[in-house]
Design a binder for this molecule. Structure first.
Ligand code: OGA
Ligand code: MN
Length: 202
């Protein structure tokens, strides 16, 4: 990823706690990731996403209707450019904002037409005392030719405003996990993303 794009993301996080970048990865890489996700979905490797942790974990399609596949950073070559770009971003965030991010976890997420994810937060402040927390949430989209009419925006709630991000191929959105409630609006088309979190050790 271009150094200028990394600088813009770091500045966006520092100023607003949120940053949206277009063209995060080359189109050929995005297309390969989308093909890989669809092939593995067709092979039955995805499962219904859940909510809550531990004993509270539950599948609630009235809250969240996506299907996910967790990614292994040591397997698969298709995702390599993604891990490299995200690692460069992680190091830049640590250098400019002293966030102490040490790892990244991510999954593919496929929303069938009509699926949504109700308003939620990815990390609550109460979790912040635990040893390993989500600090920055990221979503990178894989959908070619997405238009406003397709729906499926990521809606981010800020104090005085609402920000809608279209899930168009190459768009990367990053935001502070404990700060912004957000939701995925239903889409008329299948909606594909890589969703991930930079984590910090206490
Ligand atoms: C999530 C989420 C946003 C998106 O998976 O927690 O909020 O745009 N995803 O896919
Ligand atoms: Mn979320």
């Amino acid at each position: 990823m271009a150094a200028a794009a990394i600088d813009r993301i770091c500045a966006g996080i520092a100023d607003d706690g949120c940053a949206v970048t277009a063209d995060f990865l080359p189109q050929a890489t995005l297309a390969a990731l989308a093909d890989e996700a669809r092939a593995r979905h067709a092979a039955g490797e995805f499962h219904a996403a859940g909510i809550g942790r531990g004993a509270a974990h539950a599948q609630r399609s009235d809250i969240r209707g996506d299907r996910i596949l967790w990614l292994d950073q040591n397997a698969g070559s298709v995702e390599k450019p993604l891990w490299q770009a995200l690692d460069a971003l992680r190091l830049a965030l640590n250098e400019s904002l002293l966030l102490g991010l040490f790892s990244f976890e991510a999954h593919y997420a496929l929303y069938p037409p009509g699926a949504f994810y109700r308003r939620h937060r990815d990390q609550f402040r109460a979790d912040a005392a635990s040893s390993d927390v989500r600090v920055i949430s990221c979503a990178m989209y894989l959908n070619q030719d997405w238009t406003v009419a397709d729906g499926g925006a990521l809606r981010i709630y800020d104090d005085e405003r609402v920000r809608d991000v279209l899930p168009a191929a190459g768009t990367l959105v990053c935001f502070l996990s404990d700060r912004f409630e957000h939701e995925v609006l239903p889409a008329a088309r299948e909606r594909l993303a890589v969703t991930g979190w930079f984590r910090r050790r206490a």
